[in-house]
Every structure is written in C-alpha cells, then in structure tokens.
Ligand binder design. Structure first.
Ligand code: ARG
Length: 458
C-alpha cells in the first residue's frame, strides 16, 4: 500500500511485530460501514461515478458477508483490518476500489471504526448490566422481609433487610450503566475527514458523513480527532468501576456462601468441587469475577500509560489501544452474564440469617436512641450503653439477659419499656427516612426498581 518510495519489503519480523489484523479484524463490520459512508461522500463530491459507488458498495457488502460467514481470508502481510478490506475490494471490483482511499487516512479511519464499535459495545454491555440488576432484584424479592446483620468493618453493626443489602448493588450498577452511556455520548463524534492529521485538500461533506454513520457531531480539530483516545479511556474507566462493584458483590457472596455466614446457597451448577476434599463446594464464579477485576484496572492503566507521552498527532503507539479495550469489553461482558445467571439460581438460607440477626448487640444503638429520646445527650447515652455491653460480655450472656436494675445502674432514665426495645424488626420499622431500610421503604424501592427496569434492555 505504500511501496512507492521503498526499494525493499518490510522484514519478516517487522511484519509479525507490527501487524494488528489478528485483533483489529474485530472492527471489520464497522470499517465496512465507514467505507460505505466515505464512498457516498466521494460520490457527493463528484470524485467517483454512480457506477463506481455502486460497485464499491456491492463489493463491500459481499466482503461483509464473507467475514460474517468466516470465509474471508485474512492476510497478516496486509497489516491491519483496513488494508485487508481495501485490498480485497480492489481485487473484487478493480480500479474503483483503488479510489476509495481518496481524502482518507487510516488514522481518521481507525478512530472512526473504534468509535462506531464502542457505540455498539456500550449498548450491549449496558444491556448486560440491566440483566444483572434484574437478577439481583429477583433475589431481593426472594429474600422477602428476611433480616440479616448489616456490617461495618466486617463486624456486625445493625440489622438490615437482606433485600436492602442487595439493592445497594442495584443502585451501583445503575450508575455503571449511566457511566457507559456517558462514555458512548462523548464518543459520538465523527473523526472521518480529518485525514492523516490535517484534513485534506479534497474536502468532503463531513456533516453528510456524520449523518450516514449516525454520529451526532463532527470533530472540530483534525489533530485532536486522529490522536484522541480519551473516549476509549472513559470506556475502560467505566468498565473498571463496574468491575470494582462486581468484585465487592462477589466478595459479599463468597462470605455469604461460607459455612461461617451461611446466608446464601449457590446452585450446584454455579459452584465447583475440590479434587482433594470431597466436602467442598467452592464459589469459583464469584472468585473469578473478583479476580478478573484486576484485568479491568490493568487495561485502563495500560492505555493511560500508552497515551501519556505521545506528541500530537497520530503515533503508531495508538495501535496498542485496541487489545485492552476489547479485553475489557469481553471480560466485563462475561462477568456480567455469568453473575446474572448465578444470582438467578441462588437461594437464601433464611434460618441462618435470622439466627445471625437475632444478636441483641445489633440493636444496642437503639438503647442509646432510647436515652436520647429521654433528653440525654447522645455521647452520654453512648457511654451508658457501652457500659451495659461490657457488663453483659463480662457475665457471658446477651444484652437481653440484663435486668432493669442493671440498666438503671448505667442510667436512671431507663424504664421497663427499654427491655422490649431490643428487637431487630422493631428497630428496622423505625428506620423510616428516605434511603433507610424500613421494610416499607425497601418495598417501595423494590417496586420502583421493578418499574424502572421493566422492559428496559439498556
Ligand atoms: N493499525 C493502525 C492502528 O490501529 C491503523 C492506523 C495506521 N496508521 C499509520 N499511519 N500507520 O492504529
């Protein structure tokens, strides 16, 4: 494609080192869409005849069919997806194919392809986020009004509804879907027409091109357009953040599925055994999704690092953008898919949860609130209840074994009704503020999510 000024072929090693077709062939169908629009713009500018446009479109369509059917012969010596398709086109239709690259460079071409690809990919990832949300929502519904200990520092803190705990992840995933959509919005700008870096003396109608390809705007600086990959960084960042959320969800799952917690039972289909210990049932999916999050972070850091020292405008380093971007899309997509399935088949062990939630220490704060209602400053109330906790630990019983006399030794404000106040359900019912876990609030939020997610693919 460039041999005009060279007298020797590239070395074998350079070919193998520099080729990208082994991975950028994934952009093929978007490359074809871009080329079809470009050909239409060439026709509009009077640079090719209607017959040539027709031949180019037909040729590209038939190449597209071959690629989809897995019959296209990819040639590494042609370096990348763009040159493979162009060469195949020229072979198929003759001289008209050789006109296609007029007023275009692979630099604006690859930037266009990647943005088009990302537009589709973010849609399908967002749809996978939605289905995980739905699967978690269904698991939250299966929890009913089951109470479990809520934790801070992984120490039992206060009772919550299991549904409330799960809905926290549904909220996180919602922001993840929005982040993906935001990345797609900023990628929605046409670079084509920017040429290698400085446009072209042969001006094409870029707004026409944008319209053909469904972009909502046209880039305003040709040097920016061919060298910017911050849209890809945003995509990788959205994937990394979503991966971080999945990883935390998986960590909770690993804990819940352990004998120590025992709150959640994963189905046999989604767990593995041990080749050595016959009793084992391991939550491998959750561990793998947690582990793969490292890759998602790595991909983001990899591209940021590739970009940081590059002078304007295009540099070949930019070819290194694709592997991390594709890997993050695949890794995140696979994790989202398998986790939806896993949570779809998971079952609560409500007895285990209830036993854990019965711990009276979980509602110790409610005694402090009781004293506050009797006008004791919170700090003093906290200290009084702290003494009662210490007393019950010393005696080896629970808070419920303390007598009114014990209570009054810590504060004279305690009355007999304080003894009834150590109840998780009562405590929860009183947590009525917006966002708090009273059963009423949780039920309302569940209903809200059901409506919000129903019929929503992305
Ligand atoms: N394969 C290249 C890439 O991904 C396409 C652009 C090549 N441009 C060039 N001037 N060599 O970045």
């Amino acid at each position: 494609m460039w041999h005009g000024r060279f007298s020797k072929d590239p070395s074998e090693r350079l070919r193998a080192y520099g080729e990208s077709v082994s991975f950028d062939r994934r952009l093929a169908l978007h490359d074809i869409a871009g080329s079809k629009a470009h050909a239409a713009a060439l026709r509009k500018a009077g640079l090719i005849t209607p017959a040539e446009l027709k031949a180019i479109h037909r040729g590209l369509d038939s190449i597209g069919r071959e690629i989809r059917a897995g019959k296209f012969k990819w040639r590494e010596e042609l370096e990348d997806v763009h040159m493979n398709i162009e060469a195949a086109l020229t072979k198929k239709i003759g001289p008209a194919g050789a006109k296609l690259h007029t007023a275009r460079s692979r630099n604006d071409q690859v930037a266009t392809d990647l943005r088009l690809w990302m537009r589709d990919e973010t849609k399908s990832l967002a749809a996978s986020v939605r289905s995980l949300q739905k699967s978690l929502l269904a698991l939250a519904v299966r929890a009913g009004d089951a109470v479990m200990p809520g934790y801070t520092h992984l120490q039992r803190a206060q009772p919550v509804l299991a549904a409330h705990h799960l809905l926290a992840y549904v909220e996180m995933l919602e922001r993840d879907a929005q982040r993906l959509a935001g990345a797609a919005r900023r990628a929605d700008i046409l670079p084509l027409g920017s040429g290698a870096l400085a446009g072209s003396t042969i001006a094409l109608d870029r707004r026409f091109l944008a319209k053909q390809l469904g972009f909502s705007a046209v880039s305003q600086n040709s040097m920016d357009a061919v060298s910017d990959r911050d849209f890809a960084c945003e995509f990788l960042s959205a994937c990394a953040i979503c991966g971080m959320h999945l990883s935390r969800l998986c960590e909770d799952t690993v804990l819940w599925a352990s004998s120590e917690f025992g709150y959640l039972r994963l189905s046999d289909e989604h767990t593995t055994g041990s080749s050595l210990m016959p009793q084992k049932k391991n939550p491998d999916i959750a561990e793998l999704a947690r582990g793969k999050t490292g890759r998602l972070y790595g991909n983001l850091v990899s591209l940021l690092t590739t970009l940081k020292g590059l002078p304007l405008s295009y540099n070949r380093d930019l070819q290194e953008d694709k592997v991390p971007v594709f890997d993050s899309a695949d890794t995140l997509g696979a994790s989202l898919g398998i986790l939806s399935e896993m949570f779809g088949a998971a079952q609560w062990d409500k007895k285990r949860m209830a036993a854990a939630a019965d711990d009276a220490l979980l509602v110790a704060t409610d005694w402090a609130d009781y004293l506050v209602r009797k006008k004791l400053p919170f700090r003093q109330a906290h200290e009084a209840v702290g003494k009662l906790v210490a007393l019950s630990i010393k005696r080896g019983g629970t808070l419920r074994d303390l007598t009114l006399k014990d209570l009054q030794s810590a504060s004279k404000l305690f009355r007999p009704d304080a003894l009834r106040c150590l109840d998780a359900r009562r405590s929860l019912a009183a947590r009525t503020a917006e966002g708090a876990p009273s059963p009423k609030r949780v039920a309302a939020r569940l209903a809200w999510w059901r409506k919000h997610l129903s019929g929503r693919a992305q």
